[in-house]
Each structure stands twice: as C-alpha cells, then as structure tokens.
Design a protein around this ligand. Structure first.
Ligand code: BGC
Length: 803
C-alpha cells in the first residue's frame, strides 16, 4: 500500500520554491507573533504536564510546510474549499442539511473529510476515489466518535474518570487508537472535556465530571493515549477536543440550550481542560452547539481567535460540530446560509461538519471579497498539515488484512476489565443482619437471586457512543455470575423492563428473591436512549417500574445489593436509606460481568470515586462541590428541617432539602477503611511575589514552594487503596473563590493496619486564581488546605500568602 506523495510529483522551478520558502518563513514569523509568550493576561492554568505528546505544530516541520505550500499553489478555490468540507457516511447523528452521496464530490476534490465509516474496506473504497480519481490526489481523513473504545468497549468516560487514574485512561485511549486506526480511522472526536455540573444533561456521561483539575488530567490522558508518541505512527489517531466551549452548562440541563457564563467563570472552570488538552498537543478541536453569552460558540471570535489561537497558540484544526454552522440561522445570528458560513469562518471555524454551508458558499464569499482568500489558505494549511502529520499522504489506506487482528486483543480486553473494576463507586455498604458490611458477598452463598432489567443486557453495557462495540463481545453480569457460582446457584428473573414491566414479571422476581439467600439487583437507565447526546432528563429517578421493583425486593427482607447502571447520578433517596449495598457501575463496557463479579465477591476491592456531586433531588441541580460561599452561607444550620421551625431562614438554602449532596464529589467507599491524620504543612507563610514569579516558570511542575503531608492509616481488615485528595480554599482575594478546589490527588495502597505518609508538593498554580481583571495571578490570601478522602471531609491546615 506504499505510495509516493502525489503533492510532490510536480515540484516546480527554483523560483517557485524560493517564493514558497519566503511565504513559509513569513508564516512562521506571523505565527510566532500570534503566540503570546508570557502575557500578563494569560498565564497558564494548572498543568501537570511532563511532556507534550505527539504535538501537532509545536515544532512546525519545515519540510511539511514546504509540501503544503507546493500543494496549495496548485489548488483551485473550489479544491481549497473542498478541504474544509466534512460529511457523514452512514447513520446520521443529527439533522442532514447537505448532500448524502459523496462520490462525485470526492472525485472533484470537494471533500476533505468523511466520518462514520467503520470498516477498512469502506474507508479504502472512499480513499481510492480521492487518491486515484481526484486531480490532486489529496487523501481524505476519516473520523469517528470513538469515545470510550472502538471495538473493545471501555467504561463510559464518566466511569473512566471515576478511576481517578489518568495513566489507565491513557492506556485505554491507546487501545482505542490502535483499533480505530486499523480501519483507517485516524481522527477521533474525543475527548469530550466539557465540565458538567448538572446531571439532567445526558452528556455528563461523556466527560470527566465537574472538576477542572481532574478534567484537565483526564483531557491530557486521552490526548496522549490517542496521539501516541508521534501522530505519524500508523496506529496513532488525531484527538478532537470538544465541545469548545461551555456546552456542559446548558441551562436547566437541556441539551443544546443556551449558556451564560461570565468570562471569570469560563476561565476558572470551563476552559482549563481545553487548555490542558491543547498543551498536551491535541491536533484538533471542535466548536460547540451552544450560544455562549449570546454568541453561538461556532461563530465566536472571542473564544476561538482570542483565547484558543492568540492566548494559547493553538495551531491545529478547528472543526464545527454536526451542522453547528447551519444552526447559526435558528440561533438567530444569520438569516441565510452565506451569512452563517461567513460568520463561522471569520470567527475561526475552519471545517464544516455536515452542513455543507462552506461547500455552497465559501468560494463565492471569497470572490465577493467578504472572506479573504488568505484566511481560506490558512485553514487549508491546517487541514493539510493534519493529513501530512498523520502520514496520510504516504499511507492513505488501511491494511484490510490486519484489521480483524487489531480488535479485542487479550491485553485490550483485560485492560477493559481493569478499567471497569476501577470505575465502580461503592456508595453504600452498611451492615447486614450479621453485623458486618454486606459486601463483599461470600462465595459460599447457596442461592443468589440475580434480578433486574440490566442483569443480562449486553447492549446496554456498551453505553452510548459505543463505536464498533458489539453486544456479542460483552460478558454480562448474569454470564459472569453463572461462571463464578455455577448455573444451579444463580436464579435469574428480569423483574421488569427498563421503562415498562408487568405485574407477572415483578411477582416472579419477588418469588425468586424469597427463595434465595441474597439478591443482586441490576437497575438503571437505557444507555443509548437516556444517556449521552439528546438525552436530557427532567426526572432523575429510576425509569419505568424499577423503583417499585426495588421496594418490592427489599420488602422480602433478603440482603440486597443494588448495582446501578447509569450515565449520571440518579436521585434515589429511598434506596440510599433502605438498601444495604449500592454500587454505581455506570456502563462498564465489554467486561462488565467479570469486573462486577470480582468486585461483588471481593476479588477486587473497589477504588472508584465520584467525579460529580450526587444529588438528593433534581431541584438541587446544577450541583457541584466547588461552589462559591455566598454572602449567606448556611454554616452549621440544621438544613434537614424547614426554617419556620427554627431561626435559620435568611440563609442560602432550600426549605425542603439539605444543600448537601447525597454523596459528595470525591466520595467512594472501599472494603477497607482509612483514617486521615491532620494535614502538616512545610510553611505557614508564602509570598505572593515569589509565587507569581513561579507562575512564569514554564517547568513549574517541579517548582513547589510548599509540601503538604498527612498520615493515612488503613484501619480495615484487608489491604486496600485510597485516593488521597488535596483541596485548597483562598479567602480575602479580589474574586470570590470556591469553598474548596481540588489541587492534587494520589493513590495509596495500604495493607491492613498500615500507615503511610502521603506528601503533596504544591506548586504556585494551586494558589493562583483569575482576578477581577481576568488575569491569572496569585494574590495575598488566607489559605485553607485539606488532605481528605472526598470534598466534604477532613481537617484543615491554614497558611497565609503575604505580598
Ligand atoms: C456531537 C458531537 C459528535 C458529532 C459527530 C454531534 O452531534 O455533538 O459530539 O462528535 O455529532 O458525530
């Protein structure tokens, strides 16, 4: 499949080359001017980066730039626009506004990218059209929503984030890259790094939750995993970081809804994971559907040009979301396709996903001088650079013979199981009748009832956006339980469907429970229909008759373990009060069953921690731990009773529900228990001046003016792992700061009874904030510091930041 670069078969005269080089040098100079060095407004938010991954354009390759210029000079305006056009082949994931047959367009050089093709044979067939039949033989790039695995299905991203293990997430992304690239897909629309504070929003399932620090760590992990050491490696894929920006703050949790976020809040909470991904070398970024403060993000020069390009120096490709350019019309900022195309393009969106508005309008906009051709050239360079960086000109085709072998390799499947085990969050584990916690279950149980609509549902285990995941690859909870205990010790009854059910089904489940020694009850959401895109919910309880089933099973008096499958936290106050053991399993992927059985029977000790605050009631949403204190914080007021029974009225509270979540961010039980000693700090006073100088240091991850330590003891009876979390609060600053903000975390493994000291080396970013002029600085402040098992507990140490 090797071929020579078609773009270089007609290298021109020396004069042309000189011209090209002059243009190139000018381009380099201009780009370096556009990248701010250490500007005062935009110091870099927290970054634990050790190194960049396969950074696109971090060191522009002169040879590639020269190839791009040679090619660009040969292109007609229509061919240039063609590179900025992307269409979906196959299952539509949204409205279709453009053509649906692309062969002729490809041959004319009027398509740059295709997506939703999932086999090497199909991608090669389309590629052949471009390589063999188009004038300039520019390869197509194939993309796909590879969100949590390609064929080997990993836990949904919310579950992957609940591992708090970026290194594991990076390995999972590498597996996905290897499998996807084997089909010719060299571009994945992932990671989704949107901060999600509202469980009504179905897309919470696709991201890393509510925290910018953890979200940044996950963003880097995905980018590094996908892009590998070099983008040009044939098993690397370009990441597409999405959705830029603020999409997760959709009002009322309703997908595609408008967003109002102040610049301060944007910088403090929503932008950091994007910036982290860009600094890790992300090759592409996708703009979002939402309108942000009145300006749709797919036509927003402030976020794309000022922040992404100028402040952060992003040199990759900016793609639109599915028809998000066409949607500028219903948004109300364009009355016709040409205006929508012009606004999006001039704001910096370089590629049009699906809407066809660039295809139909961009050339005319250039001819009528409404869009400078130099801007089109710049965008085309970004597309061509991506294709050159991926080695597509040299290797446009996938190797069909190697495709099948790349899928579901044993080490990929075992990684999927490890990831699933680490993603489970144990929410409740209270004593059963014998006085010890219900979990882990004894393998000597004589009869176990396995009930619920998700106990034997392979398709749902794959979650939403399951790429090439196939139900037949999934080991369900039922299959794994039977493998563990033998068929004669497992009694299965469905009890109900996910959204409906009959009295007979329920009666059978109750009878099965009564005849057993313990019950495992698998309840939850329908992954493709109730989680992910276009799946906002106004009610966050169990769908259908599942709550009724739960209560009927608990009423049998048998010990019940509730395994919850969901793409978000569910409001189940009754369950948390009455069910001894509850495990949040998210949607765990192909190895759902084995991972669950190992966890339920104690071969694996749960380690997952929540990355979203778990609400008690929908009315608390949006709910997040890193809130501001308000002028009337409830303090120690008793919020469990209405204020008219006491005096605690004029404070920030509900009259009918506590403010606190059911379970806080960072929470998760294990089969061990841990005692946290008080935090010890190496200094009680730091200087803002020194810290601000530290912020100027590019390698500041090694620059730690403070060490915070705590002794952690495993007070349980078995070895276990704890995720030790570092939180900071700043008081007395120019902008109000969160009541707590995560600034570090570490995993620690302790034998029963063992104590270890955990130390955090804390850098200047932990004390930096976006000030009242939107500058990233350290200010004099009183600082509280916690080393704790979650965001709501632990004792604090204090220190002072002086001038
Ligand atoms: C989603 C994106 C996705 C794109 C392509 C859109 O509807 O918002 O996340 O990458 O479709 O499938």
């Amino acid at each position: 499949m090797l071929r020579t670069d078609p773009g270089l078969t007609f290298v021109g005269t020396i004069g042309v080359l000189e011209n090209v080089l002059t243009t190139f040098i000018r381009f380099l100079l201009i780009s370096s001017l556009l990248v701010p060095g250490q500007s005062t407004t935009a110091q870099e938010p927290p970054d634990d980066a050790e190194s960049e991954s396969a950074a696109l354009g971090s060191n522009l390759d002169a040879v590639v730039e020269q190839k791009i210029e040679v090619l660009l000079r040969k292109m007609t305006l229509e061919e240039k626009v063609g590179q900025l056009v992307q269409y979906s082949v196959g299952q539509p994931a949204g409205p279709v506004t453009g053509p649906t047959e692309y062969r002729d367009l490809i041959v004319k050089g009027e398509v740059g990218a295709l997506f939703n093709i999932t086999t090497a044979r199909d991608s090669n067939a389309y590629q052949r059209l471009a390589i063999e039949n188009s004038r300039l033989k520019i390869p197509l790039i194939f993309g796909l929503d590879v969100i949590h695995g390609f064929r080997t299905g990993f836990p949904i991203p919310l579950g992957l984030a609940s591992t708090w293990d970026p290194e594991l997430v990076q390995r999972a992304a590498r597996v996905a890259a290897r499998e996807a690239s084997a089909t010719g897909i060299r571009w994945v629309f992932s990671p989704m790094v949107d901060i999600a504070r509202d469980a009504r929003w179905g897309r919470m399932a696709e991201g890393a939750g509510e925290d910018p620090y953890l979200g940044s760590a996950m963003a880097r992990a995905y980018v590094r995993g996908y892009q590998g050491e070099r983008l040009s490696d044939l098993d690397s894929v370009a990441a597409c970081v999405k959705h830029f920006v603020g999409y997760g703050a959709a009002e009322a949790g309703r997908d595609y809804n408008s967003v109002e976020i102040s610049e301060h809040t944007l910088r403090e909470f929503y932008l950091p994971p994007f910036h982290a991904a860009v600094k890790a070398g992300a090759a592409t970024i996708m703009t979002a559907f939402d309108s942000l403060n009145g300006i749709p993000t797919s036509a927003n020069p402030f976020t794309i040009k000022d922040i992404l390009r100028k402040e952060w120096g992003f040199r990759g490709l900016v793609d639109s979301d599915w028809t998000s350019i066409a949607e500028l019309i219903p948004h109300g900022i364009a009355n016709d396709p040409a205006t929508a195309a012009r606004k999006a393009f001039l704001a910096g969106v370089e590629m049009d996903m699906v809407s066809s508005f660039y295809h139909d309008n961009l050339a005319n906009l250039v001819r009528s001088s409404q869009v400078p051709e130099s801007d089109v050239d710049r965008a085309v360079r970004d597309v061509l650079r991506l294709k050159f960086s991926l080695g597509l000109f040299e290797h446009p085709y996938a190797d069909e013979k190697k495709e099948a072998g790349a899928m579901l390799q044993p080490e990929s499947v075992s990684l999927a199981q490890e990831a699933a085990e680490r993603s489970f969050v144990l929410l409740n584990n209270s004593p059963a009748s014998n006085g010890s916690p219900l979990l882990p279950l004894s393998p000597d149980l004589k009869q176990v009832a396995l009930l619920g609509p998700l106990a034997d549902d392979s398709a749902n285990m794959l979650g939403s956006w399951s790429a090439q995941g196939r139900p037949q690859d999934v080991v369900t909870l039922r299959a794994a339980l039977v493998a563990k205990l033998g068929a004669d010790r497992v009694r299965y009854a469905k009890g109900s469907e996910i959204t409906k059910g009959s009295d007979e089904q329920m009666a059978e489940a109750v009878k099965t429970a009564k005849e057993s020694d313990a019950v495992i009850l698998a309840l939850g959401e329908d992954a493709p229909n109730m989680t992910g895109e276009a799946a906002s919910r106004a009610h966050l309880g169990l769908p259908g008759r599942q709550e009724q089933l739960l209560e009927a099973i608990v009423a049998t008096g048998k010990p019940v373990v509730l395994v919850l499958f969901s793409g978000r936290p569910l409001t189940l106050p009754w369950a948390f009060e009455h069910v001894s053991a509850v495990l949040a399993a998210w949607f765990p992927g192909v190895q759902a069953g084995p991972a669950l059985v190992r966890t339920l029977f104690g071969d694996s000790n749960p380690t997952g921690k929540l990355v979203v605050s778990w609400p008690r009631a929908v009315g608390q949403e949006p709910l997040y731990y890193n809130e501001l204190n308000t002028g009337r914080p409830p303090g120690k007021a008793d919020l469990t009773r209405p204020p008219w029974e006491g005096t605690d009225k004029y404070i920030s509270r509900y009259i009918d529900e506590p403010n606190s979540p059911q379970f806080p961010f960072g929470y998760g039980l294990t089969y061990s228990s841990f005692r946290f000693g008080p935090p010890q700090i190496s200094s009680t006073s730091l200087s803002a001046g020194t810290l601000n100088r530290g912020l100027l240091d590019e390698n500041r991850s090694s620059n730690s003016p403070l060490t915070v330590s705590a002794d952690i003891t495993n007070t349980g009876t078995r070895a276990g792992e704890e995720t030790v979390q570092l939180y900071v609060r700043l008081e007395g600053t120019s902008t109000a700061q969160p009541v707590r903000a995560l600034k570090g975390f570490q995993h620690i493994k302790l034998a029963a009874g063992e104590t270890q000291r955990v130390s955090f080396r804390v850098g200047p970013d932990a004390f930096a904030l976006w000030d009242d002029h939107n500058k990233y600085v350290v200010e004099p402040a009183r600082v509280k510091i916690w080393v704790s098992p979650d965001s709501a507990h632990g004792s604090e140490a204090t220190l002072e930041i002086t001038k």
